[in-house]
Unconditional design. Structure first.
Length: 244
């Protein structure tokens, strides 16, 4: 299974044309991925056959949320489920880098009440105890975990990914992500025993209105200062072909 990380409806169309079967749908990928609009979810479901896992994340930075942020997360989650999402990606941590059991349990219960998939995202890569965290997620009924094996890139965390798959793979789905591409996905899957990978298949597109004479809205590193990131249909197709 290939999952493509998308930041827009247009990204989802590219992923679909490239042969992906499932996407993680976000907004603001430059912040690590935030909650997409319900309208975006509806468009993707109406115009593609993709399975859509929608991100539920109200801001950048970490995953220890205030009461108001938590209220927003659950309100957004209900809207995204009503809009047709096939699952939600979420993550709650405590200040001591543990899975927040109470909030995670509530979210799993909500998602499962709609008959959809509960996916704990890469907040998992910030926990202190990956084994205890995984066991808690299994106990709470989480369906899948997106992880790089607690390293910056999944290829660097391959050892832990393999261990997690061997130890817990019969109880929860392990999805490897971060730095995965057509050049390394098959080897990573063979090395770890995983059958799912998550990739951005990122390319860049220029918007000449990013900069004015005195003002700019740049966010990308050089040499892409006036660009924004998009999913490449060609890179998706290559990834799908390489992992068949």
């Amino acid at each position: 299974m290939i999952e493509i990380c998308c930041g827009s409806y247009e990204d989802a169309l590219a992923a679909d044309r490239g042969g992906a079967a499932r996407i993680e749908l976000n907004s603001a990928l430059a912040l690590g991925g935030l909650t997409p609009s319900a309208g975006c979810v509806k468009l993707v479901k109406e115009h593609t056959g993709l399975k859509v896992v929608s991100m539920v994340r109200p801001r950048g930075a970490g995953f220890c949320y205030t009461e108001a942020e938590t209220e927003q997360i659950f309100a957004d989650a209900r809207e995204l489920l009503e809009a047709g999402s096939d699952g939600l990606a979420f993550g709650f941590l405590t200040e001591d880098h543990r899975v927040d059991r109470e909030k995670t349990g509530r979210m799993v219960e909500l998602i499962h009440s709609y008959g959809k998939e509960a996916v704990f995202h890469r907040a998992y890569d910030c926990v202190d105890d990956p084994y205890g965290a995984m066991e808690m997620l299994i106990d709470l009924g989480v369906d899948r975990v997106l992880t790089s094996g607690l390293r910056e890139k999944a290829v660097e965390g391959a050892g832990l990914l393999k261990e997690l798959q061997e130890k817990y793979g019969s109880q929860i789905q392990i999805l490897a992500g971060s730095g995965v591409n057509a050049g390394n996905a098959k080897a990573l899957m063979e090395q770890t025993g995983l059958c799912q990978v998550h990739s951005s298949c990122k390319d860049w597109r220029r918007d000449v209105t990013t900069s004015g004479e005195y003002v700019n809205y740049r966010f990308a590193p050089a040499p892409h200062e006036d660009d924004y990131d998009v999913v490449s249909e060609e890179l998706v197709r290559k990834l799908v072909e390489e992992t068949r």
